[in-house]
Design a protein around this ligand. Structure first.
Ligand SMILES: [Zn+2]
Length: 275
């Protein structure tokens, strides 16, 4: 190859590498622009539709060294309770000495109240995942509010008394609009989203879930998982082991909110887990 040819090749390789790096950076910045948590009193529009200035700040923030953020992780389990998986999951969490946060469906709690009542033992937290698990983004504000109040009512009737089930919710299927969030806020609910979604609701192998969680670790972290998946239960020891080895402590969402200012939760620091 001529000298000119070699130079062109090197230039092409450098350009492709730069484009790949920029793409990764943008992808991460976009993920960071979705809030992990929206409090009742927050300006939901500002959080969900960030200004260009905020988008640039997040993008640039990735290039600067961050101050060290608390290494706290909240495992959150959507759906259920389920007759087979929920007891197995609780047993696994007990064995690992890890508290978690359970987002329960009111309708399913009505069906299995005993399973629901077993959850708070071991320091687990219970939050609201609506009564019937609908697509809230297709509902009116009044319907969203009714789903949340009926969900909380079903949980309380089953004997659950965690204050969080009346004050914190997560939209089913990860589906929401600005109007959904504002309706939840009006009903008195903060919205708990996540910093990482490994997609365990699809049927993945335990290893795929662990690999995703490790590769997308942030400090702090809210990990979105599902309580009806055996692969998730099977992958838990590895997830817990990897995060603990990196100095993380496992907490409930309530404990996380007490320990970390909301601004840090919504601008988590990427964290490379060793080993
Ligand atoms: Zn769900």
């Amino acid at each position: 190859m001529s000298l000119r040819g070699r130079r062109l090749l090197i230039a092409a390789v450098v350009l492709v590498a730069a484009a790949l790096a920029a793409g990764r950076l943008l992808k991460h910045a976009r993920a960071q622009l979705v809030p992990a948590y929206v409090a009742v009193g927050d300006d939901a529009r500002a959080l969900l539709q960030p200004s260009l200035g905020r988008q640039v700040a997040v993008l640039l923030g990735d290039l600067r060294p961050h101050p060290v953020r608390p290494h706290l992780i909240a495992l959150t389990f959507d759906d259920g309770p389920y007759p087979v998986e929920s007891p197995l999951l609780l047993e696994q969490l007990r064995a690992l000495h890890v508290p978690a946060t359970f987002l329960l469906i009111g309708r399913d709690v009505q069906q299995f109240p005993g399973l629901a009542r077993a959850i708070p033992a071991g320091g687990n937290e219970v939050e609201n995942h609506t009564f019937s698990h609908p697509d809230l983004d297709r509902m009116t504000a009044a319907e969203v509010e009714r789903e949340l109040h009926e969900g909380a009512g079903a949980l309380e009737s089953a004997g659950l008394h965690d204050r969080a089930l009346r004050t914190r919710m997560r939209p089913p299927h990860g589906r929401y609009t600005l109007a959904t969030i504002q309706a939840a806020q009006r009903a008195g609910f903060a919205v708990v989203l996540w910093t990482d979604d490994p997609g365990d609701w699809r049927t993945l192998t335990p290893q795929a879930i662990v690999t995703h969680a490790v590769a997308h670790a942030t400090a702090p972290e809210i990990l979105l998982l599902h309580s009806g998946k055996l692969a998730t239960i099977e992958g838990l020891p590895s997830i817990v082991g990897r995060f603990r080895a990196a100095g993380y402590r496992f907490v409930t969402v309530g404990e996380l909110l007490q320990a970390v200012p909301e601004g840090e939760l919504n601008d988590p620091q990427r964290h490379v887990l060793g080993g």
